[in-house]
Every structure is written in C-alpha cells, then in structure tokens.
Design a protein around this ligand. Structure first.
Ligand code: NAD
Length: 498
C-alpha cells in the first residue's frame, strides 16, 4: 500500500486571490461575463472547488478581441520605439518575478503539481520574457537587390490580434511562450487558458496593471474550450492562433483557421522515445528516464513514455530504472508537502483516462513491472507505472497517455531502434543515451523529432533553440529566431526613384 504524503487542511496555502468570482481581464479591467455565468475550478488533492471563474461566451470574446484590436493601433503601443518595447517586456518579467510565489501556489493548487516544479515554471516565465525583451531592437527587415531606378525593401510587421490558447500542464508558461513573442513583435493578445487552470493567467493579467503596458495589449477570457476557445479561434478579427494542447484539438484549430486563413502555430502531443544503448552510463540514463515520465506525474508533452533499451543490458537497466523510480513512488503526495515529487493527476476525467490505459496494457498482455500497489485514500494519485511485454504497435505504446506511465521495450541495433522510435504519428522529441559519438549523431539525424537530447533528458529552451513538433506533434516553432516569423508578416515595398 502506498501512503501519499499529506498536509493538514489548515496548513495548505489559501491565497486571498481565491476569494470572490474571478472576472475576465478585458482592456485592463476585470469584468464579469456578460451572461453572468461562472464555473468552478477544482483542487485535484481535495476534489473540492477552489475558486469561481467567469465563463466567457461569444459576446465576451468579441469584447476582448475588440479591446486587443484597439490596443494594436493605439499609438502608445503601435508607435513606440523598439527599445521602449524592450523596457515594457522587462517590466513584465519583473512583475512576474516579484509575484512568483503567489503564481506558483495558484498553479500547484489548480493542477496538483509539486510547488518545487511550479516555482521552476514561473521562474522560467521570467526568463522567457527577459529573453524576448531582446528582440524588438533586432527585428531587422531586408533591403533587396534592385535596379538603380528603384529601392526595394522588406518590412517585418506584426500580425494583429493573437488568440493564445493553452493547456493545463504548465498553464502560465505555455501562455508566456505565446505572449512574449507576440509582444516583442508588436502584436496584442487575447489569452484563453484551460478551463482546468485559469487562475495564474488571470492573476498575471491583473498584475500587468503594475507595468506601463497599455491596457488591452493582454486580455484574458476564461471558459470551456468548445465555447470560449471556439469563439476565439474562429473570430475574424483574430489574425493568428497560437495553440498548445492535444493533437485532436490542434487539428480542429487548423481546420477552423481556414475560415479567414489565420496564421496558426500548434504545439501538440508526443510519444517521446528514450533510447538507451548498451554502452551508455546506465545509472544516469535510468535516473533521467524515471524523471522523464514521473516528473509532473507524466503530464508533459515531452514525457518519456516509450523507453527502448538495447537487449544485452535490458535486465540490468530495468533493475536500475525500477530503483530510480522508487523516490517518486515514495514522494507521491500533496503538492505542498516538502517531500512530494509527484502530485495527483490534474482532474478526475484525466485520472480515469490514464487508468484506462493501464487497464488496456494488461488486457493486451503487458506486465506491470511497477504500479500494482494500491494507494491509500484514493484521490487522483497514480503510482509510477512501468510496463513490459508490449510491442511498439500496441495502443499503449502508440497513443499519448499523459500520465506517469512508460512502456519499456528492447532493441538490437541502431537501424531497428530508429524505425521503432519513428513509428508513431508524433514527432516532438527523442532522447538518446550512448558514449559513441557516431551512434549519437546518426540517431539525432534520423529520428523524426523537433528536439533530440543526447545523454540528457528534456531541456526547455528559454530562447536560442526552436521548440516544436514534427508530424502530428505540431506546426511551427516557439523560441529560436524561427518564432519571429511566426508572429510577423513580411511586406515587400518597391519605391520607384526615377
Ligand atoms: P486540449 O486540446 O484538451 O485543450 C487545450 C486547450 O484548447 C484548452 O484551453 C481547451 O479549453 C482548448 N480547447 C478545447 N477544445 C477547443 C475548441 N473546440 N476550440 C478552441 N479551443 C479548444 O489539451 P489539454 O488536455 O489541455 O492539454 C494536454 C495536451 O497538450 C497533451 O496532448 C500535450 O501533449 C499537449 N501539450 C503540448 C505541448 C507542446 O509544447 N507540444 C506542451 C504542453 C502540452
């Protein structure tokens, strides 16, 4: 029996921010939904309501898009010097940093992720704003070669209103990955956080009152995806949708964008292979593989949900991996307990979905190497679960589970494991463990993934490297210089001089 770590109810944080109905953030003010409708956001530890949040419908989305549209042409935003834009982004970073603890607590309360991890995510938001603050003064256009009778150049201009739609596993961070480049390039934003995790994005927008950012540059509408999200992404005055979420919703976003040919970037699901060759540092590989599918209770797009190990070391590695998972099993518990390494899953529907996949694994003939022990007190906890005995074609090895579950499979040589790693509709990331440089580089070149990590696990970029997916893991990139193309439109200008 696993006994989750608990915290007495009166010792759990209860920020003042949770009091009262949380309104929408439109044009720099908090407003209720016009319909008066609200919904409850739920604490996954207690499964009790945490806060009441306004449910935006079409009229509210229209108001938010109109506010963002006005801000887009407001001289206080549209006409400022690039360096002033840099200073505004730095102010935003400062305000997040100054309120980091409150934002991290709100995220831990809403998604159940350990406070140590939400603190890291909020700190990363600060880094992302500071990194993007450097872009405004470096957003060069081009001059083009032309006859002496003409002058030709290319301007790089913002798109307009960006609809930013995010998932629940890193709510503010996923939003900041969109807000920071949008602002750095002169766009304005309407954010739609996940209905499971609205609070940190709402609070962030409220905190912007402490900066010089003009009202309406960042707006937030909260509510259900099929209502609030749907209106936002199909709005004709929204020039671009920047989306993070499931591949199924991402495909719907792309199809809907055809109505007015919106620009679209999609950060979607994954089925990341961790590939361990016999010559690797097995102990380190085991420790990072455990982290890769246990951290955040495996609710990560880059979770190491498939582990391929070279046959000669399979038994030895499995034993090391099970050992490396032990601290996560022992650290299952309340996100506010200092010993917690894995919190509950974010909400009941998702908990049932993950357990459904574990049931499917055993029905399909898989063996649970770990994850069979019952958990005291029920709740939404799922123990780290390692599955053997399934092949890469099984549903459990093909579909994104988004929980602390990984399938361990064997392989003999490089060609075989590259084929296995690539044999999925996803292509977000891959991790390769070997001391042989040639093997490492060959694998990196041939794996169909937006990011490949050699002898390490995932590393989220605050700036220099583009992040995004191949195949059905996404479209376009966040970060890197590539992100600038995703938030600007080139304009060719021809000046007749003669
Ligand atoms: P989801 O697709 O259910 O929801 C994502 C967002 O879309 C939410 O805000 C939701 O309200 C909204 N939405 C749902 N239906 C909509 C509709 N019809 N119109 C407009 N918006 C709609 O995804 P989720 O469960 O919140 O997030 C988990 C998924 O996100 C996983 O697949 C994970 O891999 C992926 N993810 C990807 C990355 C990445 O960078 N590639 C990062 C984190 C999460």
């Amino acid at each position: 029996m696993i006994e989750p770590l608990t915290v007495p109810a009166d010792a759990r944080p209860r920020p003042d921010y949770l009091t009262g109905t949380k309104g929408l953030q439109i044009g720099g003010i908090e407003v209720p939904a016009r319909s008066g409708r609200t919904f409850a956001t739920v604490d996954p530890v207690t499964e009790q309501p945490l806060a009441t949040v306004s449910a935006a419908d079409a009229a509210d989305v229209d108001a938010a898009v109109a506010a963002a549209r006005r801000a887009f042409t407001d001289p206080a935003w549209a006409d400022i010097a690039p360096y002033q834009r840099t200073l505004l982004l730095l102010q935003v970073a400062d305000v997040v940093e100054a309120n980091a603890e409150e934002l991290a607590v709100l995220e831990s309360l809403e998604m159940g992720c350990p406070l140590t991890q939400t603190r890291w995510m909020i700190h990363h938001c600060v880094e992302v704003f500071r990194n993007h603050a450097g872009w405004p003064t470096k957003l060069y256009g081009q001059t083009a070669p032309s006859a002496s009778s003409q002058f030709q150049y290319v301007l790089r201009q913002p798109l307009g209103v960006v609809g930013a739609i995010a998932g629940w596993n890193g709510p503010l961070l996923q939003m900041v990955y969109k807000i920071a480049p949008a602002l750095a390039t002169g766009n304005t934003v309407v954010c739609k956080p996940s209905e499971h995790t609205s609070l940190s994005t709402l609070r962030f927008a409220e905190l912007l009152a402490g900066t010089d950012l003009p009202a309406g540059v960042v707006n937030v509408v909260t509510g259900d995806g099929k209502v609030t999200g749907q209106h936002l992404m199909s709005h004709d005055d929204v020039a671009k949708v920047a989306f993070t979420g499931s591949t199924a919703t991402g495909k719907h976003v792309l199809a809907t964008s055809a109505s007015n040919l919106k620009r679209v970037t999609l950060e979607l699901g994954g089925k990341t292979p961790y590939i361990v060759f016999a010559d690797a540092d097995l102990e380190k590989a085991a420790s990072i593989c455990a982290l890769a599918f246990c951290a955040g209770s495996g609710q990560a797009c880059v979770a190491g949900s498939r582990i391929f190990v070279q046959e000669p070391v399979r038994d030895e590695f499995t034993e090391l991996l099970v050992g490396a998972m032990a601290p996560y099993r022992a650290g299952l518990g309340d996100p506010f307990h200092p010993g917690t390494r894995m919190g509950p899953l974010a909400f009941r529907g998702h908990y049932e979905r993950v357990n459904g996949y574990i049931g499917l694994a055993t029905e399909a003939g898989g063996t649970l190497v770990t994850g069979t022990e019952p958990i005291a007190g029920g709740g939404l906890y799922v123990a780290p679960t390692l599955i053997e005995g399934l092949d890469n074609k099984s549903r459990v090895a093909q579909e994104e589970i988004f929980g602390p579950v990984s399938v361990l499979m064997g392989f003999r040589e490089l060609d075989e494991v590259v084929d296995l790693g690539n044999d999925t509709v996803f292509g977000l990331a891959a991790s390769v463990w070997t001391r042989d440089l040639a093997t490492a580089h060959r694998a990196a070149a041939r794996l169909d993934a937006g990011s490949v990590w050699i002898n390490r696990g995932s590393q989220m970029s605050a700036g220099p490297l583009p992040f995004g997916g191949h195949k059905q893991s996404g479209l376009g990139r966040e970060h890197g210089t590539q992100v600038l193309d995703a938030y600007t439109e080139p304009k060719s200008v021809i000046v007749e001089l003669s």
